[in-house]
Design a binder for this molecule. Structure first.
Ligand code: HEM
Length: 315
């Protein structure tokens, strides 16, 4: 069933939107202070209006923003409320060669729009509201690269669920968790790439790592595609998809080139299975070749409530 009820009571946050032109990803930890709960409630109560205001003020800028909670924060802030079934702190996945690290995070914001200045306007308002009750974990600024490519030069997002109904089914919680209908599980994972090693590969070798042609994004045939190509390993079939909105980021003076992976799913088990296939392999040992050039430095699971539930959390 479509999680959108006719009166919009379970209206999801923008978990089905595309990656956009600019994106800012922010992760905070909460401090234990007497003011923490009220400050977070203030953000919850006002988040929809803050987003709406930006959308009204800049109607052609495709503004959207998402907020979510880590498992520990949810329990600490809302002890009287039930917890989404799959909201637990992300458990590290350790394969023989690669590790998907687990890192802390209580509050998550993903702000997207056509102009970086507008991302920063909302980010600044949120920082003001949370002043004194949070400590920063990470802020990453992503940008659209050429025609929607990763910083490693491949078009990203092609095999996302496309038809509206499918996007909702895969990205937004429906009947499986009625109390959390309209919500989503967001997994955020910041990767750094070894660009020297990557650029030392020929284009043909890089195409075997991703499983698609670099220039025109055409998928390699079954005969051409190695079993450890990224799109072979991460592909769980047509019935198990997630909505990805990855963004490249870079800091040239630090020599940092990366991908901020963000995947929204109606059930986290789908995302976790993809990660297990990438980091451990299925069968074990068939790990994702992309990981030979990409190392995750964060990994955190968040629950993104529907706008209706977010409003309730603010009461
Ligand atoms: C370094 C980080 C990553 C990069 C640069 C990256 C890049 C890409 C690219 C270029 C594609 C092919 C185009 C497309 O269909 O979107 C792709 C496909 C895909 N990726 Fe990733 N990805 C990364 C991490 C991940 C992670 C962590 C997951 C899952 C948790 C994931 C899941 C998928 C899936 C499901 C597909 C589609 C496979 C198919 O059905 O063909 N990716 N990725």
């Amino acid at each position: 069933m479509n999680p959108l009820s006719p009166n919009g009571e379970c209206f999801p946050q923008a978990v089905t939107a595309g990656p956009g032109e600019h994106a800012v990803f922010i992760v905070y930890r909460l401090k234990k202070t007497p003011a923490t709960l009220d400050a977070v409630k203030d953000v919850c109560a006002n988040f929809a209006a803050l987003v709406r205001s930006m959308q009204n003020r800049f109607p052609d800028q495709e503004f959207s923003a998402v907020t979510g909670f880590g498992a520990e924060a949810w329990s600490a802030l809302f002890p009287e409320r039930p917890k989404p079934a799959e909201l637990v702190p992300f458990r590290e996945i350790k394969g023989a060669a690669h590790t998907a690290v687990a890192t802390p995070g209580d509050l998550f914001f993903h702000i997207r729009t056509r102009k970086m200045g507008l991302c920063m306007e909302l980010a600044g308002i949120l920082a003001d509201k949370l002043k004194g009750v949070v400590e920063p974990v990470d802020e990453t600024h992503g940008f659209r690269f050429h025609d929607g490519r990763d910083i490693i030069g491949f078009v990203d997002g092609t095999e996302n669920p496309a038809v509206d109904d499918h996007v909702y089914r895969f990205a937004v919680i429906g009947d499986a968790e009625p109390e959390f209908r309209g919500g989503s599980y967001a997994f955020a994972q910041k990767y750094l790439h070894d660009m020297e090693a990557w650029n030392a590969l020929s284009v043909e070798e890089q195409e075997k790592v991703i499983g698609r042609r670099k220039f025109n994004d055409v998928e390699l045939s079954d005969e051409e595609k190695p079993a450890n190509a990224h799109n072979a390993v991460a592909n769980l079939g047509d019935e198990l998809k997630i909505m990805r909105a990855n963004m490249p980021f870079a800091n040239t003076v630090k020599g940092e080139y990366g991908t901020y992976f963000i995947g929204y799913a109606s059930t986290f088990s789908t995302t976790r299975t993809m990660l297990e296939h990438m980091f451990v392999g299925e069968p074990a040992g068939n790990t994702d070749r992309l990981l030979d050039f990409s190392t995750p430095v964060t990994g955190t699971l968040f629950f993104v409530p529907s706008f209706a539930l977010l409003g309730e959390l603010g009461e």
